[in-house]
Structure formats: C-alpha cells, structure tokens
Design a protein around this ligand. Structure first.
Ligand code: AHG
Ligand code: MN
Ligand code: MN
Ligand code: MN
Length: 335
C-alpha cells in the first residue's frame, strides 16, 4: 500500500483562532485572538525553560513563600514573570490574578485592554525537579468595569469566555476552549507552532480510571470513602478501576479528558475547602470538562456556579466522565 503523503495544510493554533474570529463576523474585534496569541507565546517560552531547567540552574527553590504558604520554585517565579510581562504587553488585559502573587494586578491606563486573565503559571511544582509533567492553567473573563477592578474576576466560572492549559510533558500540548467545544494542539518544536492534533475533544461518557491522592484517605469524608470503595471493590462480574495519580492537575485532567474516568481533590477533615484554587485551577478545568461533555462538581453543586469571594480561595473538585461523576454524586446524595 502506498504511504500517505505528508500534509501540506496544517492547522496552527493561530490559524484556528483567527478562523474562529472570522466566523464570528465584524462584531469580533480580534482582541481575544491577540490575547490568545500572547498566551501561546508564553507557553512556548515557559516550555523552553522547562526543557532546559536542569542545565541552566532553574531547578530548586526561589527562597520565598507564596500567599498560600507554599515554597516557590524558581520555575514558579520565572513562569509567573513571563506571563505577567507578556499579558501586560499585549495591551488586551485589565486585571491579572496569579497563584504566585498576593494581590490582583490592575493594569495601568496605557496598557489596559478589556480582558482579565486568572492563571496558575506553573502547575505541579512538586514534580518539577523529577522531570514529571507540569503545566500552565488559564481562564479569561471580559472586564465589566472601565478601569479594572478585582470584582471583574470575582465572578462564577460560567462567565469565562475562554479557558485552557498547556502541558509540558513528553510532548507540549495546549488545550483550549472559547466556549464552542475543546481543541488540543501539539507544539512542533521545529516549526515553533502549536498544530491542531486533537480537534473537538469529547470525554468518554464512562472511564475506567480514578485519580485521587489516596494518601489523604484518613481525612476523607464518608461519601468519598464509600465511592472509592465502590470502584475498588465492585459487585460481582464488574472490574475494579485502575488508579493513576500524577500530582499535577494539568496532567491528571489531560489524561481524564482523553481517556475518561474521574479526577478528584476533595475537601476533607484537614483541608476544609480542599486544596485546589477556585479561580485559576478549578474554574478553567471545569470549563474545559463541561465543554468536552463531562461534569465538574464540588460534590454539592456545579463548580462553574460557585461565586468567588476572594481571589485565592479553594474549592473541592471532582471532574470527568459524566457517568463516573454521577456515580460519585449518588454517594453525596445518600448523606
Ligand atoms: P501548584 O503546583 O500549582 O501549587 O498545584 C499543585 C496542585 C495540583 O497540581 C495537584 O493536582 C495537587 O496540587 C497535588 O496535590 P497533592 O500533592 O496534595 O496530591
Ligand atoms: Mn503552588
Ligand atoms: Mn496548580
Ligand atoms: Mn502553580
């Protein structure tokens, strides 16, 4: 059989978001396109630093604690600075919230645009030094206020106009939704371009994998313990689920979107609101999960409907395949 000729019509991320803008007609100003272009550049820049980290002394601690009391790694700080500089320079943003900054940044008049970006510059810090997958997570709101105010980002995740993440792994993948489904792109390092490789990602309605840090089981509440037991010790004739837990939300969610199953970081007796941050971890990942046809819940309600009170607040997260998340919810309803 003759080999297929290589494609001469590749779809780059820039081409794809530009065609989306054209589809929306003259009402679309192109500002979101330019903002997403700036974000993809930050991902390339962070990716090259992640690859070289061991060689250029970018491994290890930066020597400061962030607002949540975590020790910042050098790559956390560098990635944050890359994001802030690029987003400000894009002239398309008005408010920025980062995991690594105590307060929201209100962009000065000369650089102000109409979008607000919430981001986790480097997700999975504990995995950096071992070369395990890490990522960047972002969510985008359209500003309400004229001059930029923290209230522009203290809004439910369902109001986001775009969300996505980049995973720095065996390949570098950017996964993005602007509200019309989810698309995945792979960085072609030779071209320096993200190429559309995963069009219209749909999460399987049921999976076979669960992804929780079971080391915290002693603190878990009964609904979570009972659910985990139900998938580990299923009724006769059914197979137990496989466990996969990387400890980088980006990598665990990426696998869940592609293979299906359930990812969870519950609230428990020790962490009253769980660990993951609502604005820049839970919301963007919930947005992508729903756009891919899955469910994302706190156990008590839809994540995207939570009304944030402060920029660094935390929230319990359970997301993934529709049937698996519904199974978990039955245990919460029993309570
Ligand atoms: P970050 O590195 O941005 O602080 O996020 C870490 C988060 C997330 O990536 C992951 O899902 C979770 O922490 C893992 O926590 P445990 O080590 O407690 O399992
Ligand atoms: Mn952190
Ligand atoms: Mn994180
Ligand atoms: Mn982080």
């Amino acid at each position: 059989m003759a080999e297929e000729a290589p494609s001469t019509d590749i779809i780059t991320l820039t081409r794809h978001i530009l065609s989306d803008q054209i589809r929306l007609g003259p009402a679309a100003t192109g500002d979101l396109t330019l903002l997403l272009t700036a974000i993809q550049t930050t991902s390339k820049f962070i990716a090259t630093n992640v690859r070289k980290a061991r060689l250029i002394n970018l491994i290890g601690l930066a020597g400061e604690l962030n607002v949540q009391g975590e020790e910042q790694k050098k790559l956390d700080v560098l990635s944050n600075d890359i994001m802030v500089n690029s987003l400000r320079a894009s002239r398309k943003t008005s408010v920025l919230v980062s995991e690594e900054l105590d307060d929201a940044i209100i962009i000065d008049d000369t650089h102000r645009g109409k979008y607000c970006v919430v981001f986790d510059p480097l997700d999975g810090s504990s995995n950096i030094d071992a070369g395990v997958n890490i990522g960047t997570i972002f969510g985008v709101y359209k500003a309400h206020s004229e001059t930029g105010d923290v209230s522009d980002v203290l809004r439910p995740g369902r109001e986001m106009v775009a969300a996505g993440y980049t995973m720095y792994g065996s390949s570098c993948n950017l996964v993005l939704s602007t509200g019309g489904g989810v698309n995945g792109y792979t960085l072609d390092a030779a071209l320096g371009e993200f190429i559309l490789t995963h069009p219209d990602i749909k999460i399987p309605p049921r999976g076979k994998i669960y992804s929780f840090n079971e080391g915290n089981s002693t603190y878990f509440h009964p609904p979570v313990i009972n659910y985990l037991n139900s998938i580990k010790y299923p009724s006769a004739g059914k197979s137990p689920y496989s466990a996969r837990y990387i400890g980088s939300m980006v990598a665990d969610v990426h696998r869940t979107l592609l293979y299906g199953g359930i990812f969870g970081y519950p609230d428990d007796k020790k962490s009253k609101s769980g660990k993951l941050r609502l604005l820049y971890e839970a919301f963007p990942m919930a947005f992508l999960t729903e756009q891919a046809g899955g469910l994302a819940t706190t156990g008590r309600g839809r994540i995207l409907d939570v009304e944030p009170k402060s920029i660094h607040e935390r929230c319990p997260v359970f997301l993934g395949s529709r049937d698996d998340v519904n199974d978990l919810l039955k245990f919460f309803q029993e309570k």
